[in-house]
Design a protein around this ligand. Structure first.
Ligand SMILES: C[S@@+](CC[C@H](N)C(=O)[O-])C[C@H]1O[C@@H](n2cnc3c(N)ncnc32)[C@H](O)[C@@H]1O
Length: 449
């Protein structure tokens, strides 16, 4: 029986993920791809408690709507606000950041906005799943909150080369009869492909994630992939036979090339493996790092901490303007890359500690170490209260907080406000088309502290 009911609704506002909110009866429901003041026919499942609807047809269109050529964006969930013109995307993100602070009772008006000059093909990392669908090998991203693959031809935020590699892999699988992974039966060979491209050096790393070590036809697969996409620098096989939504397994082997690539950011060279964290929009990453360091305005005698340092990018860029940098990061592979990177760039005043950032700061505070400045760039979940309390004990003159999640940023900044004041704020758009935004906040120690 068909439970889908079509109703005419008006979009009232957007939620913080850029989805429309409409009134269904007396209840607010979420309608993705619906813009404020638009009117449309919305499908709802009348047999369930209605919390979400699907825009079926627009009756009245908003002037801020922008047409795009992507036919999967409504399903794939990666570019939630691609249907807004770019100016409106930025406005939405700015308001989202300010709203997040307001919810914590902190008044912030974002002063500087750094938009992206590149709207398409800006991502340096692409990861797709391979599946069998109607007896055909398909690849693509997962539909939002599911493991259903949405078959993809081309993704506009990825580069042409990345798109071509994904397609070539599917074709070679077909030619060599290599089965994609079947999640229910836990059978098949290829699960995912992860592509990393260094735009400045034109190097490309391809990681093929297989269901365990077995990879029948491996040599022929590599030969054909190299031949068809001769611009690939290195190919890795990563083994992941676990029943998990985590893409990469622990073990890997190099099938071709060096097993890593190098990119150049702010004039420094960074070595990247399949597992290291690296900003996905390198053009904007440069602007983000330079703005963060402009805000920090460190002194040549300063000792600073780069907390949650990844492969050491920000700390190394800062190193020429300070006496000493200590990077702390809990991912072993990233720390190894960071040490290699410092060596590669002949940077001698930086050290890296492979530790949990909170544990590291607690120890520094206990030992009463003098720290002049801290740059912190935690994951989306933000930092911890213990980290923030240790920071207040260390009382560095300046803290630059870089965040990809305004909500955890505002929550964490609130903890610091008895000793620090917000002196500068900026947003950098790293993720065009999505609701995500990168925020930089400069916190300066209050005079009486
Ligand atoms: C948003 S990334 C920032 C990386 C780096 N600053 C950059 O711009 O490339 C966050 C980093 O924090 C690391 N991380 C996550 N939890 C951590 C923890 N508890 N202690 C230390 N590092 C952590 C992650 O591995 C990741 O490299």
């Amino acid at each position: 029986m068909n439970n889908i009911k079509k109703v005419e609704l008006k979009c009232l506002k957007l939620n913080n993920q850029g989805q429309g909110i409409a009134l269904y009866g007396k209840k607010e429901i979420v309608v993705p791809n619906f813009l404020p003041k638009e009117v449309g026919i919305v499908e709802v499942d009348s047999q369930r408690e209605v919390t979400k609807g699907r825009l079926y047809r627009l009756l009245k269109q908003s002037p801020i709507r922008s047409n795009n050529n992507c036919d999967v964006y409504q399903k794939c969930g990666s570019c939630q606000i691609l249907h807004m013109n770019y100016q409106e995307q930025i406005k939405f993100k700015k308001e989202f950041v300010e709203e997040s602070f307001k919810r914590e009772k902190i008044k912030v008006a974002i002063k500087e906005i750094i938009p992206s000059d590149v709207i398409k093909g800006y991502r340096n990392k692409m990861q797709v799943a391979y599946k069998l669908k109607d007896n055909k090998i398909v690849y693509g991203f997962y539909e939002e909150d599911s493991h259903r693959v949405i078959p993809l031809e081309k993704c506009f935020v990825q580069s042409d080369k990345q798109n071509e590699i994904c397609k070539t892999i599917a074709n070679i699988m077909k030619e060599l009869k290599i089965a994609p992974y079947n999640e229910d039966k836990r059978s098949g060979v290829i699960r995912f492909a992860l592509i990393r491209e260094a735009f400045k050096t034109n190097q490309i790393l391809v990681t093929i994630v297989t269901n365990g070590e077995m990879f029948p036809g491996r040599n022929e697969f590599v030969k054909r992939l190299k031949n068809k996409c001769s611009y690939i620098s290195t190919i890795i096989q990563n083994y992941n036979s676990r029943k998990t939504s985590i893409i990469l397994g622990d073990q890997e082997r190099v099938l071709y090339g060096k097993g890593y690539i190098e990119d150049v950011l702010c004039g420094l060279t960074f070595r990247l493996s399949s597992k290291t964290f690296y900003q996905v929009n390198p053009v904007q990453a440069e602007k983000l790092y330079l703005k963060a360091l402009e805000y920090a305005d460190f002194n040549i005698n300063d000792t600073i901490i780069d907390a949650y340092c990844g492969v050491g990018t920000i700390g190394m860029i800062a190193s020429k303007n300070v006496k000493k940098v200590i990077g702390v990061e809990n991912n072993k592979t990233s720390v190894k890359c960071a040490i290699d990177n410092a060596y590669l760039n002949q940077i001698k005043n930086i050290t890296f500690v492979n530790k949990d950032a909170t544990e590291f700061l607690l120890n520094l505070a206990k030992d009463n170490v003098k720290i002049d400045g801290v740059i912190m760039d935690p994951p989306r979940s933000g930092s911890t209260v213990s980290f923030l309390n240790s920071l207040k004990e260390l009382t560095p003159q300046k803290v630059v907080y870089i965040s990809c999640n305004p909500e955890t940023l505002a929550r964490d900044v609130k903890v610091l406000l008895d000793k620090y004041e917000i002196t500068k704020t900026a947003i950098t758009d790293m993720f065009v088309g999505s609701y995500h935004i990168e925020t930089i906040v400069l916190l300066t120690r209050k005079n009486n502290q």
